[in-house]
Design a protein around this ligand. Sequence first.
Ligand code: PLP
Length: 423
Amino acid sequence: MDAFEYRQGQLFCEDVPVADLAEEFGSPLWVYSAAKLRHEYGAIRDAFSEVDPVICYSVKANGNLSLLKLLNDEGCSFDIVSGGELYRVQQSGSATERVIFAGVGKTDAEIRFALEADILMFNVESEAELDAISAVAGSMSRVAPVALRLNPDIDARTHAKTTTGKKGNKFGMDIERHNELAAKVLGDANLELRGIHMHLGSPILTTDPYEAAAKKALEVVRDLRAKGHQTNWINLGGGFGLSYLGNEAPPYSEYARVILPCIRQAECRLALEPGRSICGNAGILVTRVIFTKREGGKLFVIQDGGMNDLVRPAMYDSFHRIWPVRPAVPPPDDYQQEIPGCEPADVVGPICESGDYLARNRWLPPVERGDLLSTFSAGAYGTVMSSHYNARPLGAEVLVEGDAYRLIRRRETYDDLIATERD
Ligand SMILES: Cc1ncc(COP(=O)(O)O)c(C=O)c1O
């Protein structure tokens, strides 16, 4: 399903012209499609339905309260990595009893907060963390449910900065340490080992890393049970592919095909932590061209969305399709080839950094001052990574539903920039 389509020469989100939203709410503007969010959550739930999975949307991908509420209403749960994300889940009115808490650096205060919220389990990343969870749980006369995060040393073939399941990453533990800590849990009355957790990286465009991880999980679960654990959860994390270019990501059914046999054999509950694949293509960033300039043999399109809004191109060399909202040339099937009637340009922001760009050498139709551009696949790891760098207020967010829409985060003002400071 494509929530963003060109009709009658202009871009629509569902049944709303994107240009109308930019007129009303200004730019930079984040626009989300409710139908697309529901569609993606439904697609992953259905692909794995045979084992009644617990789908924990990864709040880090986009934690806007309205998005969390929408997903909670669909029956989705949440994967969090901080007390702040747990607070967001609570404030969205969502249930917390199926929340999973990952991350390498949980503080005692965050552990206590999560135990008070009665979450489903902690994904534990180290012995020190296990000891801290045990101590906090003991002080509250509680038993903390945990899964140990295994680093399976599987190459998910992602960008070096987004691979997490290879030896040498800061995440998880190797199998020897995993077995040691599992034995330690068995002798600790404050802890209960619910399952095994892995997250391999993101975005993963092939299914073989998941197949290897599922097989590993089956082997580990059998071993744990033989040693007396009641382990009955396998959590294979997130990282499912997103089509940034076209249709390069496999459907969820392909991932399910390699994962499900192991879950059935293990007779375990399955948890998944998808973020990007649920919200990535449900959002765009709309920006306005401020100036164009030709310098050094290049065309620069300077627009009001910078690396402070969408840092992914600068941080991960990521590719986002970019096209005008009211284009002189219809959008191409392939954004990476030469496009007739177009010219290569660097699409840059106003930030004082050479690394401040949304795209380089990108074929674009003629654009001029005042034109609107859409940067696609910006729903995941967009707003959540925004900063105030260069004292730029954060943009507004709008959620579209059919021909209706509503503001789900107002544009910040200059006063917001200094609201927490004291002189
Ligand atoms: C532990 C864990 N789970 C889930 C995710 C979500 O990954 P994605 O948004 O690619 O699905 C991440 C991403 O960093 C992660 O670290």
